[in-house]
Design a protein around this ligand. Structure first.
Ligand code: ZN
Ligand code: ZN
Length: 435
């Protein structure tokens, strides 16, 4: 019964497409917009933390099955993929959307604002789609639906990847793109290219941006444990002070980028985000724990920064009579998100076709990171990733609340923009010609 309905629907869709002639991607997405918006609002109201995207993945799998795609679930815990086989021979394309939300308490006044609570690092926290992955999931479902309507005339095959845990798996768990690779996401489907996109507050709604080469930085998390010797705070000479030693390590590490790396080449960042030690004002503690992140675009600079931090930590500690345990880097590093130059030129032309030349710009490098590159690197295949503006008209994108802020606000005008841009890039890549 369902099969008959799908067949009838497909027939009707292809008849209407033929009647309309060469439909633009805008015309293909427009009728789906109420549905895409409804998905986005539903997901926004029911956000789920990394590796806990149970409800989201159920919805995604059900929608993809409705479209007649070949669906696999349970990849990397809650990951879902759907394969759409076109009616004509052609290349294989993978399109990736991420599904997870963040431990952030929503402060945006929306009728569908999240009131969800979850557990993060042992604490009860608010949960919010503060990075816009709700939009990515909804837009990508819409793209799957638009493509399923033209599957008869579609060259090649498309794998729609709905990925969990882009923001990082909970402590002690694996997750995200690397686990999808490990779980064999591409075991029976070798893509010729991988596409991804991200909504960003840094661009106004209605626009997209892309660049060839390094687009987002590599990220390496590190931990340095400084071991001293406990003593009374009144007689510090009887111990070894790990607080002073750790403070010196943090200060010395500021010279890695400013004095050691050739910043003519590329930017780099060394940031400490955790400095933990001590229980009481008049006790010198035994140890201090430091954690932070290194961002880079050049592989050599990345290597040098990691080695230099280890060297500094060890020698500053030794100079103070202390010792260190270092984990530089910790597990969970991300590679540079690199756009393949030739393919990027093609995608940029597609974005301009869909959105208009004035609405597509050269993206600035961004020192944020992504686990997206693991997918293409595992093949290896070229990949392209682009940004979609999310900040409402009249607001300055430079000062709008950024992704991850409790006040991150996605203008829903970004939904058709991202969906049309990705659809256009995909159809052009596959070599689709409207009948
Ligand atoms: Zn994020
Ligand atoms: Zn994100």
């Amino acid at each position: 019964m369902r099969k008959t309905m799908i067949a009838v629907a497909t027939l009707l869709a292809s008849v209407s497409a033929a009647a309309a002639g060469a439909e633009t991607t805008a015309q293909m997405i427009q009728p789906l917009l109420p549905e895409i918006t409804a998905w986005r609002r539903d997901l926004h109201q029911h956000p789920e933390l990394s590796n806990r995207e149970f409800r989201t993945s159920k919805i995604v799998a059900a929608e993809l099955k409705k479209l007649g795609l070949d669906v696999r679930t349970g990849i990397a815990h809650t990951g879902v993929v759907g394969i759409l086989k076109g009616g004509k021979p052609g290349p294989k394309l993978a399109i990736r959307a991420d599904m997870d939300a963040l431990p952030v308490t929503e402060e945006v006044d929306l009728p569908f604002a999240s009131k969800v609570k979850g557990e993060y690092l042992g604490k009860q926290v608010g949960v919010m789609h503060a990075c816009g992955h709700d939009a990515h999931t909804a837009m990508t479902l819409g793209i799957a639906e638009a493509m399923s309507k033209i599957r008869k005339d579609l060259p090649g095959e498309v794998m729609f990847i709905f990925q969990p845990a882009e923001e990082g798996a909970p402590a002690g768990e694996e997750g995200g793109a690397p686990l999808m690779v490990k779980d064999g996401v591409f075991r029976n489907f070798t893509p010729d290219a991988v596409f991804g996109m991200h909504v960003v507050s840094a661009l106004p709604v209605g626009t997209a941006a892309v660049r060839a080469g390094g687009m987002m930085a590599s990220s390496d998390t590190f931990r340095i444990t400084v071991h001293g010797r406990q003593s009374h705070g009144a007689t510090p000479w009887k111990g070894i002070d790990p607080i002073v030693t750790a403070a010196e390590i943090v200060t010395s590490a500021q010279t890695i980028v400013s004095r050691q790396l050739d910043i003519n080449k590329d930017p780099a960042v060394v940031t400490f985000g955790i400095f933990n030690g001590g229980q009481r004002f008049n006790i010198v503690p035994d140890k201090v724990e430091l954690q932070g992140t290194i961002r880079a675009f050049d592989p050599q600079m990345r290597k040098q920064a990691l080695a230099s931090l280890k060297n500094m930590a060890e020698h500053v500690a030794a100079a103070n009579g202390a010792t260190v345990d270092t984990e530089i880097p910790m597990p969970g590093s991300n590679p540079v998100n690199t756009n393949a130059p030739a393919l990027t030129a093609r995608v940029r032309a597609s974005l301009e076709k869909a959105l208009g030349k004035d609405h597509v710009s050269e993206a600035q490098r961004w020192t944020a990171s992504e686990d997206f590159p693991w997918l293409a690197l595992s093949v290896p295949a070229p990949s392209v990733y682009f940004f979609v503006g999310a900040t409402k008209a009249g607001e300055d994108p430079a000062t709008a609340p950024t992704n991850h802020s409790p006040r991150f606000f996605l203008d829903e005008g970004a939904l058709p923009v991202g969906a049309e841009a990705m659809l256009q890039a995909s159809l052009d890549y596959l070599g689709y010609v409207a009948p």
